[in-house]
Ligand binder design. Structure first.
Ligand code: ATP
Ligand code: F6P
Ligand code: MG
Length: 318
């Protein structure tokens, strides 16, 4: 291998820059040229490529977002788009590609592998919705941001005896809400994996109010409820004041946590090592605190076993 390409795709996640830095440093260590493809798969189709030197990435470990920019590309979802992308890789002489992104981006990487590209995936998404790895880059930072916001909301709720609903991101995965609640950031939690209907939420709130607890926080994953309707329903049924906050994009920004920086650095280096050692077509991951690799073709459809954290939740919130 001579020229290694790296791109970030899907939603940005804190730690993507630390991963780019590690990939570029490891590539140079092995004597390869490193290039960055801007704007994810769309930039690959458009040939938006820049050379990456060590000094380009030197100070990037602590920066949020992605220095390479990112996008969601509908053109890449189509075969003609992917064929254009392959042509660009060939014309640019890129003989190894590292894709840093979420579950959709790794599906895209698998499609490139099917077309003969030597590709490695690095999981980076705040949603933590990839079952083959315990953590994706960005999840820990976002979780900490959520906990910081919740702490602030709790201060004002306590002062006014208010009930709060806080909606967090995660797309169709409840890990951000689940782990925020495990870390003490909510008394009632509803996630796609364990959905509470509105009456169940009211019943739990009623029980807590009866026992003298007047400031309660309900944490929910996005896309599950119409928040205004949920608030009104609880207010009317329980005759209490409820205030709702959807945390929104504040959750995706910010300097990555130490955990995410270290994870991204380990994964970035491991991704290059996989290419060097002939393991193209895999994605790096973390299982039981060890860096692992999994076949890209096997990632799709893998379902995470969440029994343990939900049992813990039941114990802590009962
Ligand atoms: N099945 C697929 N086949 C080919 N390409 C895909 C596929 N799914 C997703 N992609 C490509 O990957 C891009 C990013 O995917 P997606 O928008 O799902 O984000 P993601 O990588 O899951 O990250 P996040 O969930 O953190 O935003 C898509 O815009 C598309 O270009
Ligand atoms: O930035 P967009 O395209 O609005 O996407 C928002 C989505 O991206 C994520 O932040 C990451 O997948 C999800 O949690 C959220 O649903
Ligand atoms: Mg995704």
């Amino acid at each position: 291998m001579k020229k290694l390409g790296v791109l970030t795709s899907g939603g940005d996640a804190p730690g993507m820059n630390a991963a780019i830095r590690a990939v570029v440093k490891a590539a140079h260590y092995h004597g390869f040229e490193a290039v960055g493809i801007r704007y994810g798969y769309q930039g690959l189709i458009d040939g938006d490529i820049q050379r990456l030197t060590i000094s380009d990435v030197e100070d990037m470990a602590d920066r949020g977002g992605t220095m390479l920019k990112t996008s969601r590309s509908s053109e890449f979802m189509r075969e003609e788009g992917r064929k254009k992308a392959i042509q660009v890789l060939q014309n640019a002489g890129i003989d190894g590609l590292i894709v840093i992104g979420g579950e959709g981006s790794l599906k895209g990487a698998e499609k490139l592998r099917e077309l003969g590209v030597s590709v490695i995936g690095i999981p980076a998404t705040i949603d933590n919705d990839l079952a083959y790895t315990d953590y994706s880059i960005g999840f820990d930072t976002t979780l900490n941001t959520i906990l910081d916001c919740i702490q602030k909301i709790k201060d004002t709720d306590f002062s006014h005896d208010k009930t709060a609903i806080v909606e967090v991101m995660g797309r169709y995965c409840g890990d951000l809400a689940l782990y925020a609640a495990l870390a003490g950031g909510g008394e009632i939690v509803s996630t796609p994996e364990r959905k509470l209907d509105v009456d169940a939420i009211c019943a739990k709130l009623h029980e807590r109010i009866k026992s003298g607890k007047h400031n309660n926080l309900v944490i929910v994953t996005e896309r599950m409820y119409d928040l205004q309707e949920l608030q009104q329903y609880i207010e009317t049924k329980l005759h209490i004041r409820v205030r709702t906050t959807s945390l929104g994009f504040i959750q995706r920004g910010g300097s990555p946590s130490a955990f995410d920086r270290v994870l991204a650095s380990k994964m970035g280096v491991a991704a290059v090592e996989l290419l060097v050692n002939g393991y193209a077509g895999h994605a790096v991951g973390l299982k039981e605190n060890k860096i692992i690799y999994q076949n890209l073709a096997a990632i799709n459809g893998e379902i995470a076993d969440k029994q343990e954290p939900y049992q813990l939740l039941d114990m802590l919130l009962h």
